[in-house]
Ligand binder design. Structure first.
Ligand code: SF4
Length: 218
């Protein structure tokens, strides 16, 4: 990526990490998507059970295979091929008791707040309580100026894009699939049900945010 943009993002990430620390969360910065794997693997203890929480940010990096290959680590994967809907739901339930959760966030504010919008709530549920360690892989494209900008980012980018990603698999019939923008619908197949804003962590450093210089996910 452009070296000036990378330098700007690195400076911005340094400030975000200071603000995460003030909220009793940890943070680190890696410049490239390529560097994410090693960083995340270094944060996962062994032995550990790790729950995968549907992150597009992590998905393209070969991260899940690398986690599953780490000695002593068991990957709990609700997206494993061949799993029935019921079995996948059961993995998600069991995942609330995992040692480590790996996911992303829909937006992060400059002052270190994590903003998410979920369909079923297993992802935000586990972020808030359950797994001993939460590792979030977050491209700097998800940084928002403040809480209002974070909500707007989720509505204008993350939620419609996730609808397009999931439309076929889940038979979605939501208005954003037509024109790519959120209508704040009440559709039967709506995937936007639960907002969460994480302002801080009761347990110091339970949540670790890996900020990535390159764009990652949506
Ligand atoms: S239109 Fe409905 S399903 Fe689509 S992003 Fe908005 S609330 Fe979510």
């Amino acid at each position: 990526m452009d070296k000036n943009l990378l330098a700007q993002r690195e400076k911005q990430a340094a400030k975000i990490i200071v603000n995460l620390n003030r909220r009793k969360m940890a943070g680190s910065f890696v410049p490239t998507a390529e560097a994410v794997r090693a960083e995340v693997l270094s944060l996962i203890p062994s032995p550990a059970r790790v729950i995968r929480c549907g992150s597009e940010s992590a998905g393209g990096l070969g991260l899940w295979a690398a986690i599953a290959a780490k000695p002593g680590v068991t990957l709990m994967d609700p997206y494993a091929p061949g799993l029935s809907k019921e079995a996948a739901l059961d993995v998600r339930r069991q995942g609330l008791l995992a040692d480590v959760m790996v996911a992303s966030t829909n937006a992060i504010t400059l002052d270190g707040r994590l903003v998410n919008l979920d369909g079923t709530g297993n992802r935000v549920g586990a972020m808030i309580f359950g797994p001993t360690k939460v590792i979030l892989v977050v491209g700097m494209n998800k940084v928002a100026w403040d809480l209002d900008a974070a909500y707007a980012r989720v509505r204008t980018v993350a939620a419609p894009a996730n609808n397009i990603r999931l439309a076929e698999a889940y038979g979605l019939k939501n208005p954003c699939l037509e024109d790519g923008r959120c209508h704040q619908c009440m559709s039967e197949t709506k995937i936007c049900n639960i907002w969460s804003v994480i302002e801080g962590s009761a347990v110091k450093d339970r949540i670790h945010v890996v900020l990535v210089g390159e764009d990652l996910g949506f």
